[in-house]
Design a protein around this ligand. Structure first.
Ligand SMILES: [Zn+2]
Length: 117
């Protein structure tokens, strides 16, 4: 198993996020890739998203799931009906994809915090 993440992998992943952000019409202000122990990504409503560097070694289907999951939080800061219907519109059958991925949640809806200040 390869542990190192190459420059090409990072560039390809960033391109993937960029493509999705255009498709979903959201603006990513900051995109970070760093190791995280307990989740796959984190985001805030000001457009800052960080992805777990381990994600770059997962298959593309799961990468897309995490990317779209987070990008949609820039528009919908929860997992309500609207968010779910957008997920289905862009990913098709995504239900259950979050389970079985090392038990890590995708993110802990950080977006909610920034509205309370
Ligand atoms: Zn979420």
């Amino acid at each position: 198993m390869r542990e190192l993440i190459t420059y090409q992998q990072r560039a390809a992943f960033k391109q993937r996020v960029h493509d999705w952000s255009q498709k979903l019409d959201v603006e990513v202000v900051w995109l970070g890739i760093r190791p995280m122990k307990r989740k796959w990504a984190s985001c805030s409503t000001n457009g800052h998203i960080n992805f777990n560097s381990e994600l770059l070694q997962q298959d593309h289907k799961f990468q897309d799931y995490v990317i779209v999951h987070e990008l949609l939080h820039l528009r919908v800061p929860n997992h309500g009906k609207l968010w779910k219907s957008l997920m289905r519109a862009h990913l098709g059958e995504w239900d259950g994809m979050e389970r079985g991925m090392n038990g890590k949640p995708v993110s802990a809806a950080k977006a909610l915090q920034s509205t309370s200040s």
